[in-house]
Structures are given as structure tokens and as C-alpha cells.
Design a protein around this ligand. Structure first.
Ligand code: AMP
Ligand code: MG
Length: 711
């Protein structure tokens, strides 16, 4: 059995977009080999897979795709769940029932709760965040009983150390990964039709794409030996595993694909590719391991496939997203100092908010159950009171009430509070009208966030409310990325570096550099002023060298297209790996990407209008991802146009725009690319899609305020 290329996916059940460690990584070896890429969501991961499968199919190559989640369950589960035998029936069932949004929001716990409810006994699924109230999904595995299924599959008896498929939460959460992974892979299988086979659940000899379950721990030692050379362990895993399978002689791979287990077991419970054959798998790696030193970004990571001429904006963005990884190191900061920083790790609530049940109002508290009849009620007042910070230590007897203030912990014997405005009191008794609902005017412990729950996910840039949240949840410090250092360099013989300096008629002042430095600052990065250089290769070279030392990434403006004087392009082409992207967008067109001494260089157009728009559309998500955050799209709003415009098909257009008094988008009087005043006049951009459009006043258009670009 031969495969041309091997792709390995390290899967994740994250509920939000996540990058870095414990998120989805995709490695590829053999044909189409490339350094591991990170996908922030399952949706994005499937897009990467689809692209790579398409590329392989276009060149007639066979692909083995391994993923590290269980493809099947212990015997009997398929029949119990779907009425049919065979793990593939579970695949179809899950593809129908799992909801998994492009932003990773999903229904796995609810679904497991439903499955459990439909089966005898308690279980088999278990494990959930403490705040979720799902009656059929026990929080602990030990709470399960009368389970009709085995805890482990046959292959897991052979390979110890795997996590059971029933466990949905905390370490491994393999069960969650399986639910979400199987649903996604079943869709992929349907899309590919006969070209795709799931090993070992169906015959795979003729398939162009074979999907198989893999388990990185088979190569734990080999992975540990090289882990430091990768952005994180998951990246190392997918690369090493892909190399191991790709390096196997066909005979050994064929043997691995025919494990020594009864057919019925394989069809019901699946198998882990390579289980029981670790020595063989190791041999696939050969002796090449120690020299493996992948660069932080691959040299050709920005290369567009051959023949690509005009790149649509979204494709260019997806390509950038796939190419980039976080480039800065992390540090731990006290919460009060962490504002504006990007979280390097998930933050878990250390205590619940509120920590104990408390009163939401000033009033009188009592036990609702002890009230007789429908009211009005008169209750004797217990001595003392409960206030915020001054808890009442005693017990309030049934049938009595106690004075209670906002924020006070509910004393024992109190579960309900009436508002003081609804009460009459003489100091010894309190009277109020009915009916009274149990627990009104009280807050449950943990009703906001419960201890142990995810408070904020890594990749989030901490806002002022985030700091309030972390403090309230007992979190004292957080692991954050150091700010990305963004070098800004202007080029051009005609440019006068400093604003206000005298200029000859053929000279212009550097407008881009102050703008780009300030953009970087407002985005939370550390701007590094690399100044201006003339169009002289020697000088540009020296300045790029300095930039590579002082910054994590360099933005240049000017000299980025292919003209005679475009020395930046020429230099990067001859001394680094330059990729010029012709983006199908207006304004903007040429964008250049390169690595100079390992430091990414993003070459923006010289024209200030184009430089600004490209910085917002491409620079911001790219820099944010390199800074440890998500590669996020700006939030746009659909509003009626206050203008008319006829647009040809071909390029996406960004118009300088703002909202008029009616909330309609008006655009700047001129689309001239030299009109910097229009950028300043505007309060956002109107984005017109690539197709032809005939816009009349009132036509709905997408308006993206500057605020959505983080300004
Ligand atoms: P280039 O990409 O170098 O061909 O420049 C395109 C246009 O942008 C030319 O008109 C340049 O003069 C202008 N330009 C380039 N850099 C700057 C800058 N830093 N500030 C203002 N205009 C610039
Ligand atoms: Mg120039």
C-alpha cells in the first residue's frame, strides 16, 4: 500500500477559536510536505484539509489523513444508538446531530446528555463543566452504573494510556474530540464520495483519500526529543507522526493497515493505525530526527501556488492565517498590569462569582417555604442583620424574617428576599403582600461564573471589563504574550523623513510612517521606528538588518511593486524569499511578503491610501496573530448607501466612508488614491464585494467602522 502524502491532524474540542498549544495543528509529510500549521477552529481546519485534498487530487496523489480522535466506540454502542451495527452508523448519526459552528460553539454536552438519557443506566458519557446542569450527564465517571458498554475498545486494551471515549471533560477530553471530529469527518467523507474511505471501517484499497485514527503517544519519546524546535508540542506531534508514516516502506504500511483483530471488532470499534507496531513506526522516521530544525516560519510560507495571478482578498487572508504563528514569548503579569495584553493561556475561574448566594436588593429575607397562605404576610423580625461584608452568622428560624442589604450572603434559613419598598415595618415585625416567588431578589452562587469554569480563552486581548472579571474570579495574574515589536520603514528617493522639514518641489513628506507607527501603537503592539531610507539597496539592506534585530516583524511602505525603482521588492527577491501577491482589491494591489533573517516583512504599497487600507485589512489580523491573538475579521454592519456607484466585477473595493445623520453610508467625494484627506474625513470603510454591483441610494452595503479595525 502506497500513499504519496501523509497529513496528520491534532484535533481539539475547544468551544472557542484557539491557537497555539492544545489547539488544532496540521502536519504534512511526503508529497505536499510542509511545516505544521495551526487552525484556530474546526471549521478552519476542515478548510485547510479540503484545500490540501484538492491539491493532491489535482496531481493524482493518494493521501493518508490521520487524526488523533477515536473513530469508534466499544461494541454495542452503534446498535444501541442507531439501531444498526457498525461504527459508520454512528458517524452518520453524529453528522446529523452535532452542531458545531464556525466559531467552535457546539452542542457536545447537550448531545451527550441526550444520548445518555436514551440509554439504560447512568452514562456512558460523563464529564462536564461544573456550571452545566445536565441531569443525564454525570460530572464524575464513578457516578455511572449499569452501563451496557465496555469502558474501552479492543485496541485500547492493547495500547495502554489512551483516554476512554466516554470522558468528555478535562485532561484529554477525548470523548468530546470524538463527537465533534466524527461529525466533521463524516461531512468530509460525504463530500469526497467514493474517493474517500474510513480505515478500518470500510475497504480502503481503491480510495484516493484514506482517513485513519492515529495516536501521537505511540512516538512519545521521539516527539519529546524534538519538541523544543517547534512552536508547541502539538506541532511537533503532527510533524513527527506525518514523517513516520510517510517514511514507512509500503510493505510495512500495508501490514499496519491489516491489524491482527477480528473483522467484526474492526467494523465496530475501529483501530489505531500503528498500534502494536511501534517499532515499525519508529523505523519510518529513519535517522533523520536530530537534524530537524524547522524555522519559526517556513521560508516559503508566503508563496502562492504556481499560476496564481490575482488573489481574492479572502483567499489571501486564509493563506496568511495558515502561514503565521505567534512570534513573541510570554510572561506572567498581575491582572492590574495585564490590560491590552493577549492571553497566552486559558484562564480558569479560581472562585465562583458570586462566591456564595447573596441578596440582589435591600429588603427582608426569609424562607419562602415557611410562608402560610397567599399573603399578605406579617413575620416577626429576627435580631441582627446581614450586610455586604458583614454576614449574619446565626440561623433565621422558619416563619421569621431578617433585615438584609444588597450583596449580603443569604443567612442560613433565608432563600428569598422582598424589596424594602414593598414592606412595612415597626422594627419588630415586617409586613408585605403576596404572592411571593421562591428565591426572588437573590443571586445563586456561581450564577455568573462557577469556580473551575473557563473565564477567558487564550488569544483574547484583555479589555477593562476582562480585568474586572478576572479580579472577581479570584485570578491574581495571567500568562500573556509580550507585545509584538513592529518595525516601520519608509522607502523612496522622493521622501522627506521628518514632518515639517523644508522640501523641494519634487519631494514629499513621509506620510506613511507616522500613520503606521500610530496604528501599531493603537493595536497594542510596540512600534519601532526604523526611519526612512532612499531607494538604495545597500541602505535598505542595512536598515532591514537593524529591523530584524530590533523588531519581531517589519512593515515597509513603498517600493513594493515590480517597477524599476522598486528596490525593496528587488532586494527581497534576490536576498530573501519574496512573494508578491497581486490582491484583487482596490485600493491596494501589490503586497509583498518575505522573511528577512527569519523576520517576517510585510511590504505595503507606497500610496498612503492603499497603505492604510492594506494595513487595516491584512496588517491587523496578521500582526495580531503573530502577537498571539486570533486572525480575526472586522465586524461590519449592513446599512443603506447614501451614494450611487457602478462597479465592475473583478476586485473587491474599499471606499472611504462614514455614516450620515440617517445612519446611511456616504462616501468621500473622490476615489483618487492620492487623497489622504479622504482617509481622515472617513470614519470607516464601505466594503464592496468582488462581483459587479449597481449601487443606488438605499442599496444595502457593508460598512466597517474604523472602530472595528481596532481604532
Ligand atoms: P511606490 O510604491 O514606491 O511606487 O510609491 C507609490 C506612491 O506612494 C508614490 O507616489 C510615492 O511617492 C508615494 N509614497 C511612497 N511612500 C510614501 C510615504 N512614506 N509617504 C507618502 N507617500 C509615499
Ligand atoms: Mg518609491
Amino acid at each position: 500500500m502506497r500513499f504519496d502524502g501523509v497529513i496528520i491532524v491534532d484535533w481539539s474540542a475547544a468551544a472557542r477559536p484557539t491557537t497555539g498549544k492544545d489547539s488544532i495543528w496540521i502536519g504534512q509529510a511526503g508529497a505536499g510536505a510542509q511545516a505544521p500549521v495551526n487552525a484556530p477552529t474546526r471549521h478552519a481546519a476542515m478548510e485547510v484539509l479540503c484545500h490540501r485534498i484538492e491539491a493532491a487530487q489535482a496531481s493524482g496523489q493518494r493521501l493518508l489523513i490521520g487524526a488523533d480522535f477515536p473513530f469508534a466506540y466499544p461494541q454495542g454502542f452503534a446498535k444501541a444508538l442507531t439501531g444498526r451495527h457498525g461504527a459508520l452508523s454512528i458517524w452518520e448519526w453524529l453528522a446529523e446531530e452535532v452542531a458545531d459552528a464556525p466559531d467552535n460553539a457546539n452542542n457536545r454536552f447537550d448531545l451527550a446528555n441526550r444520548i445518555n438519557a436514551s440509554l439504560p443506566g447512568v452514562g456512558p458519557f460523563w464529564g462536564r463543566p461544573p456550571h452545566l446542569d445536565l441531569p443525564h450527564l454525570p460530572a464524575k465517571g464513578s457516578a455511572r452504573h449499569r452501563m451496557p458498554f465496555a469502558e474501552r475498545r479492543a485496541v485500547e486494551a492493547a495500547e495502554r494510556g489512551t483516554q476512554p471515549v466516554w470522558k468528555l471533560y478535562t485532561t484529554g477530553s477525548v470523548g468530546s474530540q470524538a463527537l465533534l471530529g466524527i461529525a466533521r469527518f463524516d461531512k468530509l467523507k460525504s463530500d469526497l464520495g467514493a474517493a474517500c474511505a474510513i480505515w478500518p471501517l470500510e475497504p480502503h484499497d481503491k480510495a484516493e483519500v484514506v482517513l485513519a485514527e492515529v495516536w501521537p503517544s505511540l512516538l512519545t519519546k521521539e516527539i519529546a526529543a524534538v519538541e523544543a524546535q517547534y512552536p508547541c508540542k502539538d506541532a511537533a506531534q503532527v510533524d513527527i507522526l506525518a514523517r513516520a508514516f510517510a517514511g514507512l516502506p509500503p510493505k510495512k504500511l500495508t501490514a499496519m493497515l491489516s491489524p491482527d483483530a477480528p473483522r467484526e471488532i474492526l467494523a465496530e470499534e475501529g483501530w489505531i493505525l500503528g498500534a502494536g507496531a511501534v517499532q515499525d513506526l519508529r523505523s519510518g522516521l529513519g535517522n533523520t530526527l536530530p537534524e530537524l530544525t524547522p524555522p519559526r516560519l517556513r521560508n516559503d510560507c508566503f508563496a502562492m501556488p504556481q499560476g496564481v495571478n490575482w488573489v481574492p482578498v479572502d483567499e489571501a487572508l486564509a493563506k496568511l492565517d495558515a502561514a503565521l504563528i505567534p512570534l513573541t514569548t510570554t510572561e506572567t503579569l498581575p491582572v492590574a498590569k495585564a490590560g491590552g495584553r493577549i492571553l497566552a493561556e486559558d484562564v480558569i475561574a479560581r472562585r465562583s462569582n458570586p462566591p456564595r448566594p447573596n441578596s440582589a436588593v435591600d429588603g427582608y429575607g426569609f424562607a419562602r417555604d415557611a410562608l402560610q397562605g397567599d399573603g399578605p404576610y406579617t413575620l416577626p423580625l429576627a435580631k441582627g442583620r446581614a450586610a455586604a461584608g458583614q454576614p449574619f452568622e446565626g440561623v433565621v428560624p422558619p416563619g421569621q424574617a431578617i433585615r438584609i442589604l444588597t450583596g449580603a450572603i443569604l443567612p442560613d434559613g433565608v432563600d428569598t428576599v422582598v424589596l424594602e419598598e414593598d414592606c412595612a415595618t415597626d422594627g419588630a415585625r415586617v409586613a408585605f403582600d403576596g404572592p411571593i416567588k421562591a428565591r426572588i431578589n437573590t443571586r445563586k452562587a456561581g450564577e455568573d461564573v462557577a469556580e473551575g469554569e473557563l473565564a477567558l480563552a487564550k488569544g483574547r486581548r484583555l479589555t477593562p471589563p476582562d480585568l474586572a472579571l478576572l479580579a472577581a474570579l479570584g485570578v491574581g495574574s495571567a500568562s500573556v504574550y509580550r507585545p509584538l515589536r513592529v518595525g516601520i520603514l519608509s522607502t523612496g528617493d522622493e521622501i522627506i523623513a521628518r514632518a515639517g522639514d523644508p522640501a523641494l518641489p519634487h519631494q514629499i513628506h513621509d506620510a506613511n510612517r507616522p500613520m503606521l507607527l500610530e496604528l501599531a501603537r493603537q493595536w497594542g503592539f510596540t512600534p519601532v521606528d526604523l526611519g526612512h531610507v532612499k531607494d538604495d539597496p545597500k541602505k535598505i539592506r542595512a536598515r532591514l538588518d537593524k529591523g530584524a534585530q530590533d523588531a519581531d516583524v517589519i512593515l515597509t511602505s513603498g517600493g513594493a511593486s515590480a517597477g524599476d525603482e522598486d528596490h525593496v521588492s528587488r532586494l527581497l527577491r534576490s536576498e530573501a524569499t519574496l512573494s508578491s501577491w497581486r490582491i484583487a482589491m482596490k485600493p491596494g494591489r501589490p503586497l509583498a511578503f518575505a522573511l528577512w533573517k527569519g523576520v517576517p516583512v510585510l511590504g505595503l504599497p507606497g500610496n498612503p491610501v492603499a497603505a492604510f487600507v492594506c494595513a487595516l485589512v491584512f496588517g491587523r489580523p496578521a500582526l495580531t496573530k503573530m502577537a498571539g491573538g486570533p486572525f480575526a475579521a472586522p465586524q461590519g454592519f449592513t446599512v443603506p448607501a447614501a451614494f450611487a456607484k457602478r462597479k465592475k466585477a473583478g476586485r473587491r473595493e474599499y471606499l472611504r466612508a462614514r455614516l450620515n445623520g440617517d445612519g446611511h453610508a456616504e462616501v468621500f467625494r473622490s476615489e483618487g488614491s492620492g487623497r489622504i484627506s479622504g482617509l481622515s474625513w472617513a470614519e470607516g470603510l464601505v466594503e464592496l464585494p468582488g462581483g459587479a454591483a449597481d449601487i443606488e441610494p438605499g442599496t444595502l452595503v457593508r460598512f466597517i467602522p474604523y472602530g472595528s479595525f481596532g481604532l
